[in-house]
Design a protein around this ligand. Sequence first.
Ligand code: SAH
Length: 228
Amino acid sequence: MRIDIITVLPQLLESPFDHSIIKRAKEKGLVEIHIHDLREYGKGNYRQVDDYNYGGDAGMVLMIEPVYNLINDLKREREYDQVIYMSPDGELLSQPMANRLSCLDNVIILCGHYKGIDHRIREHLVTMEISIGDYVLSGGELAAAVVCDSVVRLIPGAISDETSALSDSFQDNLLSPPVYTRPAEFNGWRVPEVLLSGNPKLISQWQEEKALERTRLLRPHLLDSSGK
Ligand code: SAH
């Protein structure tokens, strides 16, 4: 998979992809992530990429021309499955969406900034809009990093034990059961006995029960939608 991220703040994306699972996925050749500085497509001495909001509201708006030119340059090199715009009013990021995205070959992710982007970009260039929640961030970079993280870990081979990703929360419309590690007792607080029993059948039964119990308590709507 190849992900091209367009941003006015490439510095913000320097570190998130250089650690842990994403770093290893890059090293294994499962994903390439390219960061593009929109300013390189800006005009004039100041490399202008934003301008005043028609209508007079405060806040600058990213201009269409530099975005158009950058996306065109990328499209000349390869075909893209999606041109994604990170936006608070986009479709909410979910595990099923991350699963679908992880099957794509090439995607562009456009990060907005300031007041947003010229709406014509959304009308004519963008094919999908994703929000990471009903709140407003200063820019799309952190949201793009969240999308990439949730997607890349699902690419087969990114996590060495693939069953681990499959048992994560939301994969089966269920939250994950609680997990524990050594010591079996700390401060008088014991790990549930069943986990120490060494009986795989009892353990998986317990994990299923706990997953259901936590889902019922914390995300009951997941059970409504799955018919469990
Ligand atoms: N004026 C816009 C918000 C602009 S915030 C509005 O009210 O809808 C600046 C940029 O941050 C946006 O262009 C978008 O790329 C990004 N952003 C902000 N909140 C986001 C969210 N919840 N999910 C994804 N991207 C977000």
